[in-house]
Design a protein around this ligand. Structure first.
Ligand code: DCP
Ligand code: MG
Length: 377
């Protein structure tokens, strides 16, 4: 059986902002423009207690939490931290699949002895904190689905191992909304036919459920029972395409709001391109309206690009030709064709060693685990 870990940074953009301005620590903070049609990228756990979440309109968030501190995004900084986080992990683990700007799957089978999983992962969590200053939650299991579900269970600095011995106790009581891969449209339909928890899905044989999930029923049910793919796709280290998408919690109706999201997608894409030492040859836009009609358009560039502002400029030129003032449910930016960025093939090892040495020289950065957990509770 394989040992798969899923590592996800805790309230990532907020952590980066706290590193810039420590006075934000412990406060209800959210990342977004304080404008009438602004949308949040994410929120601190203190803000989440008020029901404030990613993709929420700023106006709704302020209603739920009047004392909310809004911080505009500093995407270059998030990119830099993301880069450091992945560089460290990539150096230690060759079988790594990047899942987004702040999360990845790692096949740790050859690195951990089964009886030591907990201690090993705890040490890794602390090492990541020492080297990058970032807190993450780690989930571990025999496949990617269980690892992903496990990393979401405890935050911040959570460490959860899910396997056949504890899924009934830990996974099955969770609401069906928490099932990774079942979207916000499908979960309410499942609830209507009595599937309230993941355990309900694991046990059901109801044709009504099969009708809702269609051909994916067996797949989701086997995941609920604790099975799933254990293939960590490290080949994505050489991507042929890169994309980022955002679904709005409330359909977007203003240009400003859409532009904000395009910009946020461009930052994610730029991070990924830089990480892989690639440049974009094409830039495309995808727009989905509330009635699920999807339109895509792309442009081929004269010169390959990589920087966020260049990507934004190209993406907006396509967007302006595609957008017809209608409400938008989902927006995405995609790069279908990339080329090697020959100039920037920097020596990541050297950069990493410098970073580790610097943190060791400072000393004392690594707190005892118990202090660290205590500090964040
Ligand atoms: N993000 C975004 N828009 C979204 C969702 C996320 O811009 N709709 C950005 C902000 C997040 C980052 O991506 O900080 C990582 O996304 P996560 O879903 O991992 O959310 P967080 O890291 O913020 O929180 P958690 O601790 O729950 O992982
Ligand atoms: Mg995260």
């Amino acid at each position: 059986m394989k040992i798969i870990a899923h590592i996800d940074l805790n309230a990532f953009f907020v952590q980066c902002e706290i590193l810039r301005d420590p006075s934000l620590r412990g406060k209800p903070v959210a990342i977004g423009h304080d404008s009438r049609r602004g949308v949040l990228s994410t929120a601190s756990y203190e803000a989440r207690k008020f029901g404030v979440n990613s993709a929420m309109p700023v106006s709704t968030a302020k209603r739920k939490c009047p004392q909310l501190i809004l911080v505009p995004g500093h995407y270059e900084i998030y990119q830099q931290y993301s880069h450091e986080f992945f560089s460290y992990l990539k150096n230690r683990y060759p079988i790594l699949e990047m899942a987004s700007i702040d999360e990845c799957y790692i096949d740790m089978t050859d690195h951990i002895k089964e009886e030591n999983i907990n201690d090993y992962l705890f040490d890794l969590q602390m090492a990541l904190y020492r080297v990058t200053n970032l807190k993450c939650s780690i989930g571990c299991g025999p496949n990617k689905f269980l690892a992903k579900m496990a990393s979401d269970m405890r935050k911040p600095l959570g460490l959860t191992i899910l396997d056949s011995s504890n899924i009934e106790q830990l996974l099955w009581p969770l609401s069906i909304d928490k099932f990774f891969g079942i979207g916000v449209k499908t979960a309410p339909k499942l609830k209507e036919v009595g599937i309230l928890t993941i355990g309900d899905l694991a046990r059901t044989n109801d044709p009504k459920v099969k009708k809702i999930l269609g051909s994916s029923f067996e797949y989701y049910q086997s995941e609920a029972k604790g099975f799933g793919s254990d293939f960590v796709d490290a080949s994505s280290w050489d991507p042929k395409s890169v994309s980022a998408e955002r679904t709005f919690q409330e359909d977007a109706t203003s240009y400003e709001e859409l532009k904000d999201m395009i910009q946020s997608c461009c930052f994610d894409i730029s991070s990924e391109l830089k990480h892989y030492h690639k440049k974009a040859v094409t830039v495309g836009i995808k727009l989905r309206t509330p009635d699920f009609v999807t339109k895509s358009k792309r442009v081929t560039l004269i010169k390959p690009i990589q920087e966020p502002h260049e990507l934004l400029q190209a993406a907006l030129s396509v967007f302006d030709k595609t957008y017809k003032d209608q409400p938008i449910r989902l927006i995405g930016v995609s790069i279908d064709k990339v080329v090697e960025d020959e100039e920037k093939k920097s020596d990541e090892n050297e950069e990493l060693i410098k970073k580790i040495n610097a943190s060791l020289e400072e000393g004392g950065l690594l707190m005892k685990g118990s202090d660290l957990h205590h500090e964040d509770k």
